[in-house]
Design a protein around this ligand. Structure first.
Ligand code: HEC
Ligand code: HEC
Length: 342
């Protein structure tokens, strides 16, 4: 089986996992930059961590002699065969289709009716994208108030999934530029500062000042978060937007817009039907096991100088999640451009 990365209309050969990694027997032709995603999707589907199949959670991934790793190879082959033979190669079946968060799926059948998830009643007249976006702008505080805020300095916290561990964050925004610095404290090695920047054109990441390579989808997400934060005019961000349907998130009715980016990838944007605010954004990156999702839930909007901002942001990708809590917002502070420099 061969996998290609599509860029523009040409098929470009990219570095494969077989070329980059040391002990690959199944995923040889997969683009190497999908490795982390696929591993996290497998771990999430089985509800396990890396160590379940590997020697440890942080290294030695090429080592052999592990029963679960061998079984996972068989399972990868089976999954690819199912998709190839029964779904014209579309990645309809993945590890989660059977595993559903369990390492060992039990053969059983439902013994009582399972409640069907139904979509809420659909409106007779579909709302237009323009109506949804106008309501969003008004809900945030209105165009005049939005125009008054040109920069922000924000104190926040990154909260880890255990709910107890947290790191301090400093977020700076000036026009379309944004930087997020997260400080990971360590008594042994000293503080480690991770900084993500969107300088208006490109996204960059640094660890204690040293550049960290970003995958193309990571670049896109840093950029998009900055764009959405700075600019409620989502039409300027997404070249194409279509209202799809009314859905439900945590009991609340939401309007789903399918938004297409300039590179052709799509995102789902969910707006609260009652208050008009953006409550969820889901982006996805194709992999050999299907779409790798990146989800942000925007919650607890609060007013800061006439403009509302979400103060709880829940970020999630398969196997990794974290929360950002906004603690303090200062509007229209002077920020040196050097803060967003490469
Ligand atoms: C369900 C089992 C399973 C889990 C869980 C799992 N892996 Fe893997 N991993 C594999 C298998 C199988 C391969 C080899 C794939 C092949 O042969 O094509 C592999 C290969 C790798 C490789 C390539 C190593 C090399 O140089 O050959 C890396 C890196 C890796 N895994 C990282 C991770 C990380 C990080 C996690 C946790 C987020 C993880 N894996 C979780 C089964 C697993
Ligand atoms: C069509 C259903 C199906 C799919 C798809 C599937 N599995 Fe499985 N998997 C099973 C079943 C059933 C078992 C238990 C087999 C047994 O008892 O011998 C299992 C067992 C395993 C085990 C052994 C667990 C243990 O505790 O011994 C691993 C590891 C595993 N699967 C990984 C994966 C990975 C990784 C994927 C995706 C690449 C995947 N599976 C996709 C059905 C599936």
């Amino acid at each position: 089986m061969r996998f290609f990365a599509i860029s523009g209309n040409t098929q470009t050969k990219v570095e494969t996992a077989g070329q980059k990694f040391k002990s690959i027997k199944v995923l040889n032709e997969m683009p190497a930059d999908q490795m982390g995603k696929v591993m996290n999707m497998m771990a999430a589907s089985l509800g396990v961590n890396c160590k379940f199949c590997h020697a440890s959670n942080d290294g030695d991934y090429e080592k052999e002699g592990f029963e679960h790793k061998d079984m996972a190879r068989k399972m990868l082959k089976m999954t690819f065969d199912l998709n190839k033979n029964y779904f014209e190669g579309r990645p309809e079946i993945n590890c989660n289709s059977c595993h559903q968060g369990k390492s060992h799926p039990q053969p059983s059948f439902p013994l009582k009716p399972v409640a069907q998830e139904t979509r809420p009643a659909q409106p007779e007249k579909k709302p237009s994208v323009e109506e949804i976006l106008a309501k969003y702008e008004t809900a945030l505080g209105g165009r005049a108030n939005l125009a008054k805020i040109t920069s922000r300095a924000i104190k926040a916290q990154r909260i880890e999934p255990d709910g107890k561990t947290f790191e301090d964050e400093e977020i700076l925004q000036k026009g379309s530029k944004m930087s997020v610095t997260t400080i990971y404290p360590s008594k042994q090695y000293g503080d480690y500062a991770v900084k993500e920047i969107f300088d208006g054109t490109a996204a960059l990441k640094f660890g204690n000042g040293a550049k960290i390579e970003l995958k193309s989808d990571e670049t896109e997400q840093i950029k998009r978060e900055a764009e959405i934060f700075a600019n409620p005019n989502l039409k300027a961000i997404y070249p194409k937007m279509d209202f799809r349907f009314v859905d439900k998130i945590e009991g609340r009715e939401v309007l789903m817009i399918l938004a297409t980016n300039s590179d052709g990838t799509r995102e789902r944007l969910y707006f609260d039907m009652m208050n008009g605010l953006l409550v969820r954004r889901v982006a996805s990156t194709p992999t050999v096991l299907g779409n790798f999702q990146f989800q942000v839930d925007y919650a607890e909007y609060k007013d800061f100088g006439g403009v509302k901002l979400p103060t709880t942001l829940n970020f999630a990708v398969p196997n990794i999640r974290w929360t950002r809590k906004v603690l303090e917002v200062k509007n229209n502070v002077t920020i040196d451009d050097a803060k967003f420099a490469r």
